[in-house]
Ligand binder design. Sequence first.
Ligand SMILES: [Zn+2]
Length: 270
Amino acid sequence: MEITLLLVAIFIYITWMAKEYRMRHADYVPGIDDWINHYLVDLTYYQDLSEPGKTRFRQRTRIIYNKKNFKGIHGLKVTKEMKVRLSASITQLTYGYSEFEIPHFDEIWIFPKVFYHPVHKANMKGFTAPNGTIAVSWPDYLHGYQVEDDNYNLGLHELAHALHVNNSHSVDNKYFRRHFKIWSERSLTDFYDLRSGHNSFLRKYGGNNFHEFFAVCVEHFFESPKAFYKRMPNLYIRTCILLAQNPLNTAGDFAFEPEDITTMDRNITQ
Ligand SMILES: [Zn+2]
């Protein structure tokens, strides 16, 4: 009996080690960790992580880097920097989840500037198509991170749409699906307040429809979490639960624990 238990324990340990090994070495490209460190030197989110947090961030970023198909449009040459930065945006948005890849979206199109979309008959900075394509204008994507607190972040905005659309495919993130339903039901009043002009904090664009409301909330969540929590604490906390992270918890790798709320209250009033 004891030998059986011992064998089971050894088996579990070996399985766990194998999973860890695959996670660390999956799709490893020589030098990729150096590029990630190099290109993300100005990404505050990454820089605020602890060393183990940074290691986890790099592991995920390089898995995404290798899985997504990055395409330059209108003759744009895709660079390592573009791939690293866009992969890192996905890692940032899904850092709280165990299912972090947004797998339905396997194509990322990069445009050299704002582009004309023949179906929408409009100039666009980006879009997310249900067939699994995310598109961004590269200078506008970069601008989203260069100004960190203006609540405009094209990359996170389009990825929020992707996370939401991914939800209706078989490769969905079960945690997100369960919690998005709750988040939506409880946030409807906030959406209608914004739509009818009774909200002076969130960008008005979020009032266009509920999809845009979620994407705009995600932008505010990462760009100005302190103001978000101060102005709309319930929506902020609901979003922490939905994304399984808390951008105000810079000391704890953005983990969200319900007991953080007391600490957050203290920090906000300081
Ligand atoms: Zn949008």
